[in-house]
Write a protein that binds this ligand. Structure first.
Ligand SMILES: *[C@@H]1O[C@H](CO)[C@@H](O)[C@H](O)[C@H]1NC(C)=O
Length: 487
């Protein structure tokens, strides 16, 4: 018998025999209606490399930045509904000035050098010939398409200062990989660069960056000009503090005092903790949001990042997550860990188009080829299409469930993953003032992590008193929408 049939029979039985639901439920999670784990800001992606190649495509903009169903490579894709785009200010240019040219790592992957706007150090005046505003047209195109489709949180970030600001003129990092590469007399210039882009974007592109992030994984020891494959730059915490001070001043002096600074986009949770402890009160006071990456995966003290940031009154973003697991298993694992322990208010995938399982759609930026959406795409859709900006994140009562509440729509969204053997999961809404209408349909969507069901919608589940339940295959993620719920 197919598992789908077992599921239908089991669910059907449970409903007709309404008096025995709890006996059928193998596990139960109780949603805490009174809890508040923050207001959700949204989902997104960094643009950078994929957008610098494929940024003019409307179908991709629809796929990532709307919830429309889009036909792509013969597949019908439910749009991921992102509202966050991170725009990468490039560090590269191929001009020569006063006898200097950019030094390129022998291992560079060409599509990972992003052309920057400030091409020589003759003038800081953005209307002078030192600035080339026509570059990076594809990435800017996707940024505009995202905005046009409703992306309302845009962030400007930097992987490295412009090459000529760097000690070795190499935007992939210093010669040893673990020491600062920004020349000390350019600490302010890096801030001028980013603040000038933010101002120019507002005045000329109708792009208002909510935030500027001047670093990317600054404590890492792999930003090496001799072996690097991409742009990157190490910054000691004390250098970060100085640059943050300059950036705040440069934004303010351009009328951008409401543009916030996010930092420091460390690779690991534990590095974020160390950096937060080392930045110093002045710089920390200028950081409005703690951005952290998810490359420590199942390790590290997410809770310590939360505790430090929340004590300092700062929001947290999971601003970069990615891995090579196309099945969606690691994404689901780490997203659940983030929601439980890090408590971010936004979650941003690194490169949605990439090869080797790193993308949610397979792509080769250097060969300029596009492949198919993988299972990870649909696992992410289970979350991003339903937990929407403005919703209140609730304590879900378990480490396998995320709960979000839309007060205006009186809608409760639950996303749950069953890592164990196939079983029922029972969702207890007894803590809500009104847990919905008895007998009302609870819509559900299911994706089988690995392979199988891909965001399959069903209307076979009903609220029974103050609970409902659903059959989960092993490694299945399901999303539920319960309507008429009042806290
Ligand atoms: C150009 O290079 C010369 C020789 O290294 C140096 O003395 C001079 O200051 C440089 N000029 C500029 C504008 O950087």
């Amino acid at each position: 018998m197919s598992s789908t049939l077992i599921q239908k029979l089991a669910v059907g039985l449970a409903f007709t025999a309404g008096s025995i639901p709890s006996a059928n439920a193998d596990v139960t999670t109780v949603i805490d209606a009174k809890s508040n784990r923050g207001t959700w800001e949204g989902w997104g992606t960094s643009l950078a490399w994929w957008a610098a190649v494929f940024g003019t495509r409307d179908d991709l903009a629809d796929i990532f930045f709307t919830t429309k169903t889009v036909t792509f490579q013969g597949q019908s894709l439910p749009g991921l509904g992102f509202n966050i785009a991170r725009y990468n200010a490039g560090a590269s240019s191929w001009n020569s000035y006063n006898g200097s040219t950019m030094v390129v790592s022998p291992k560079i992957i060409p599509s990972r050098l992003v052309e920057g706007f400030w091409q020589d150090w003759a003038s800081a005046d953005p209307s002078s010939g030192s600035w080339k505003w026509s570059v990076d047209v594809n990435q800017r195109s996707m940024l505009s398409k995202a905005r046009d489709r409703g992306a309302d949180i845009l962030e400007l970030f930097s992987n490295s200062p412009m090459w000529w600001m760097c000690k070795n003129h190499n935007p992939s990092g210093s010669d040893d990989g673990s020491s600062d590469n920004l020349q000390s007399w350019n600490y302010q210039q890096h801030a001028v660069y980013l603040a000038t882009i933010a101002k120019y974007a507002a005045d000329n592109w109708n792009i208002r960056f909510q935030a500027v992030e001047p670093f990317n994984e600054p404590s890492a020891n792999w930003w090496n000009g001799k072996s690097g494959t991409q742009e990157g730059c190490h910054f000691e915490a004390s250098t970060q503090a100085t640059v943050i001070g300059h950036l705040r001043a440069e934004l303010n002096s351009r009328g951008l005092s409401s543009t916030i600074i996010s930092a420091s986009d460390e690779s690991y949770y534990d590095e974020a903790v160390t950096t937060l402890n080392r930045l110093g009160s002045s710089a920390l006071g200028s950081v409005a949001r703690v951005n952290v990456h998810g490359y420590q995966y199942e390790q590290g003290r997410r809770d310590s990042v939360y505790s430090l940031a929340s004590k300092a009154g700062k929001k947290i973003w999971q601003s970069e997550y990615g891995e090579a697991d196309a099945t969606g298993q690691r994404l689901a694992t780490n997203l659940l860990l983030d929601m439980r322990w890090l408590q971010p208010t936004a979650w941003v995938y690194w490169q949605v188009l990439d090869g080797g399982g790193w993308g949610v759609i397979d792509a080769d930026n250097d060969k300029k080829t596009l492949g198919a959406a993988n299972q990870k795409y649909f696992v992410l859709a289970q979350f991003s299409r339903h937990i929407r900006p403005g919703m209140r994140i609730l304590e879900s009562g378990s480490d396998y469930t995320v709960a979000a509440y839309d007060a205006a729509a009186r809608k409760l969204v639950l996303v749950a993953v069953n890592w164990g053997d196939a079983q029922y999961i029972n969702f207890d809404l007894s803590k809500f003032g009104t847990p919905g209408v008895n007998g009302a349909v609870v819509k559900r969507w299911a994706t089988q992590i690995g392979s199988g069901s891909r965001y399959v919608e069903q209307s076979d589940t009903k609220l029974s008193g103050n609970k409902f339940w659903s059959w989960f295959e092993k490694n299945m993620v399901q999303t539920f929408e319960v309507t008429g719920v009042v806290i």
